[in-house]
Ligand binder design. Sequence first.
Ligand code: C6P
Length: 425
Amino acid sequence: MTSNITRNRTAAASPLSRFDIEKIKADFPILNETVNGNRLVYLDNAATSQKPRVVINAIIEYYRKTNANIHRGLHKLAEDATRAYEATRAHTASFIGGVASEEIIFTRGTTESINLVACTWGEENIHEGDEIVITEMEHHANFIPWFMLAKKKKAVIRRIPITVCGHLDLNNIDEIINPRTKLVAVTHMSNVLGTINPIKELAAKAHARKALFLADGAQAAPHLPVDVKDLDVDFYVFSSHKMLGPTGVGVLYARRELLENMPPFNFGGEMISEVSFDRVTWADIPHKFEAGTPNIADVVAYHAALTYLEEIGMENIHRHEMELTGYAIEKLSRIEGIEIQGPQDVTQRGGAISFTDKDLHPHDISTFLDSKGVAIRAGHHCAQPLMRVLGKIATARASLYIYNNEDDIDILCNALVEMRRYFGL
Ligand code: C6P
């Protein structure tokens, strides 16, 4: 793989960077596009990230040279495709702290990974009166599967509240996580507030009550070094498309003994060991959970995304984003009428920065920014219960990644100032 990344750079292009942002930008063809006559400033990375040339090329190369179904053919293409697909599994396992390859299940995304756990482990282990603990800042993907399961099983959903600063309020945690708790499911990083939650501490609390712990890593795995063994979580889920990889690929990590005891999620080809008209036995993990033909090309290309991230270094990415988040919060909070949601301390948050304007609807903010080539997201961010807690119907959200720099933040802030002037405010 070749890319334009320079490692551990401290040189002139940006005083904030540990690496050369201009060179990184050049790896992403879409960042050369113009939108409404302006250079594209892409600040919607929490929704999905852009893709570097190496990932785009990996998809093309796969279809040009390797395309075949996996785990079944005995010809060269089938063997090459199988090897490439399984190489991504091994890479994913090492990326999150060196777990076993068999503990990695490929799904369509974080949403499907959580549904898989709810429909398999949840179906078998949640019973009437049991409690499932979530937080007030969960994305719908880490709330609705548990809500539906609890409804079906007559179980109870408990929630960890948030403080006015956007942290989890752990004052009553020993009452919320109690002997009736069977599962604690918490986002590692909020997609709205940016808050990084104390996963290790909460997982320990869950285990002390003999409950399991699921971390939703959709917003954390792309931005922070993640070691699931150190965090000591039972399930960790995330999506390729938010970390430079293709859409349609999700990851479920679960401890081996859990996966071995969980029933399959989907039934059909490739997830069986033996089938007769009156008996079926399941394949070993991970194949038991990957029925049918998976999204081979995109899984193969996800390998290139992981390599690209590792070449830069997840610590460097985190540090760059902390610095840029600090710069953005500082500049945004100087604009009259703008209020930032979530923690202000960049050591306790990531680069998903939600804000509101006291006079303008977030949709109008987003539309105005789009006219200047700036892509952000506005709305409830699939976190309606959190919006209720915040007393907002929606927020505007700028979310950062490795190819963003101070110029992008300056363009965002100048456009916001111009917007207020345009609306006579
Ligand atoms: N959040 C956002 O704009 P999928 O769509 O399955 O890849 O990921 C779902 C998901 C789960 N948890 C968290 C914390 C998330 O942020 C997301 C996706 C996007 O905030 C799209 S709604």
